[in-house]
Design a binder for this molecule. Sequence first.
Ligand SMILES: [Mn+2]
Length: 201
Amino acid sequence: MIEEQSVHQRIDLSTFQRSKIEGQCNGDSYFTEETEDYFVCLVADGLGSGQAAHDASTRAVQVVEEHHDKGVETLMQMCNDALSQSRGAVLTLFKVHFKEKVLEYCGIGNIRLVIGLPSGKLVHAIPKSGFLSGKPTKFDVRRIEYPEGSMFIAYSDGVDLSSPDKRNVMRARSPKIAASYLKQKCMETVDDMTCVIGKLT
Ligand SMILES: [Mn+2]
């Protein structure tokens, strides 16, 4: 289990990852970065498992790491290009613009993104089905306005959350508390798992 906690200027963040088989390489990869103006997060799951899956998801991470100042749609296109001649990957990318209080997101395949508003309402980002491997694809970027205190959780398909689980996460006082709750829940590992939880302050 690999865990990280960090409090940036605007985002309180907690993440964890676990490989399907302890000690083996994880086919999931993620990346987060906060700048003065925005926060960007990518969660990618390489198709299959092992090294080839890891290589695919890492390619997407490298793109976002190097070019996170670009727009969501451009980054999706660049990730897609980077994934040609690879196993392919599913991924969700989102960018939070602090000044506008807008979250922009785009997803292909089975990476979940749920946003919990302070009112208790949950917004489920609906990803497009399929995966990226360099084939021409149109990307549908959505945006929502978020009030201060909203939370988000992005996770790969190794994590299985019920509706009560999601509500518990969003009601938690901090991402760290939410992550420790989920780690208990997700003891049974059927697939590589990655979970990124954040609070927008
Ligand atoms: Mn998976």
